[in-house]
Design a protein around this ligand. Structure first.
Ligand code: ADP
Length: 415
């Protein structure tokens, strides 16, 4: 099957076309045949990037006024005789569409085929993720408008993997009626990534799902850790929103909530303004005063910049704290898995996180750590390490495509 995987942001449309099917999962023979990104959707100078496998990418600046126009632009490109995408000549060669949807609330515990009822339920969840779900919905509506019911559409939720968390992990210690009335609770995010790397680990070590006990660390622009016990997410660092937990590029992660009132009383603007600071001006950017990009911070730290060095130490300390917490919660772990931009690329961050955890049975092999390169699965712990340490590249789009196939064909879930 050719699956069109779509990830819509408020002003961006990111897509991949993946050729995959049930019998290809075991052999990993699924292939991405095209990908692209349209940014600045809604403007006269949107940036269009389109790339068929093995061909020169196309880059252009064009007026693209909404998500529908963006998808029609991709369609036009696909159907252009000059575009050579393996196995695809027109939209008729697309068999299903898989949408990334950030928030599935308590309703969605797995990927589902989209129909009117599902759409209404995703709309309801928008209240919980006002920055994300409305954009995801725009993509779904645009596809409906263009293709009608002809092509099945599937929603894959970032929150779904964490639906197995027990009450004591997902509830906040605030009056219970807030949960009952407003569904205030930990939902967790990056579920597709945590689930994907845990699946890759299971394949690598040849274990059944029920025997997977690992801590996964998704360290990218957004960062979260997940405790996976007996193959299920039992806790994760992001909460009701993606602001909680680890320190991120521009997000603070955990802070004392009383700080918000304090800043408000100091005249720093409305509560919304203050949350804007916590979401967009904090984290590595706020501490270093330089950048949200780990590469810039590592460079500045190496040149002796104190605030950059401090930001790195704070980042690593917060991750260590959760490794300890989750090891306590799980009564130990078989492995720690690093993934995403920082997790897959930063030799230094992996070293800083693992340093001083030897008494917990976590021993990093410095040489193997240096050899780990993006795109490859690699074990980077010492032979003597009780806890294995892995770098496993994430591939959320592939999981989206595979889930889409499974849902359309009514096949059992991989995880
Ligand atoms: P997203 O979370 O948006 O999917 P990524 O997983 O691609 O993003 O992570 C992006 C981040 O990865 C960047 O902000 C950058 O800090 C970090 N990164 C990428 N390459 C490196 C590198 N070589 N060293 C350190 N950090 C890196």
């Amino acid at each position: 099957m050719n699956v069109f995987v779509l990830n819509c942001g408020s002003s961006s449309v990111k897509f991949q076309i993946i050729n995959t099917d049930l019998d290809m999962f075991e052999t990993d023979s699924d292939r991405r045949v095209a990908k692209g990104l349209i940014e600045r959707v809604g403007k006269d100078d949107a940036i269009v990037n389109l790339e068929a496998e093995g061909q020169e990418p196309i880059k252009s600046i064009e007026p693209i006024h909404d998500h529908r126009e963006a998808i029609l632009r991709i369609k036009k490109w696909m159907e252009d005789p000059n575009t050579k995408i393996e196995g695809i000549h027109s939209w008729d060669d697309i068999h299903a569409i898989g949408h990334r949807v950030v928030h599935g609330g308590e309703k969605f515990t797995k990927s589902v085929k989209i129909d009117k009822e599902v759409l209404a339920q995703i709309e309801e969840c928008a209240d919980l993720a006002p920055l994300h779900n409305p954009a995801n919905l725009k993509g779904i509506y645009a596809c409906y408008e263009i293709f009608g019911d002809k092509i099945p559409q599937v929603a894959v939720f970032d929150t779904a993997f964490h639906s197995t968390m027990p009450e004591e992990a997902y509830l906040y210690a605030i009056p219970m009626e807030f949960y009952e009335k407003y569904r205030i609770r930990r939902y967790g995010f990056h579920g597709t990534s945590h689930r994907y790397v845990a699946y890759r680990y299971r394949k690598l070590v040849g274990k059944p799902r029920e025997e997977v006990n690992v801590i996964t660390l998704h360290l990218g622009n957004g960062c979260s850790a997940c405790a996976i016990k007996n193959g299920q997410s039992i806790n994760t660092t992001m909460g009701m929103t993606p602001l909680e937990g680890l320190i991120m590029g521009t997000r603070s992660g955990d802070i004392d909530p009383a700080i918000v009132e304090y800043l408000y009383n100091k005249g720093l603007g409305s509560v919304t303004d203050i949350f804007n600071i916590l979401n967009k001006k904090s984290g590595m950017l706020g501490v270093s005063g330089l950048s949200n990009d780990m590469r810039d911070i590592e460079k500045a730290a190496a040149e002796g910049n104190h605030r950059a060095q401090l930001a790195l130490k704070m980042f690593a300390l917060r991750v260590k704290k959760y490794i300890g917490a989750y090891m306590a919660e799980m009564n130990g772990t078989d492995a720690i898995i690093f993934t995403a931009g920082i997790g897959e690329n930063s030799v230094l961050i992996r070293k800083m996180i693992c340093e001083g955890l030897e008494n917990l049975g976590i021993e990093l092999d410095d040489e193997l750590n240096k050899q780990a390169v993006r795109g490859k699965c690699m074990k980077i712990s010492k032979e003597t390490s009780k806890v294995a340490i892995y770098v496993i590249p994430t591939n959320e789009e592939l999981l989206l495509a595979r889930d889409t196939v499974r849902v359309v064909k009514d096949a059992p879930r991989m995880w």
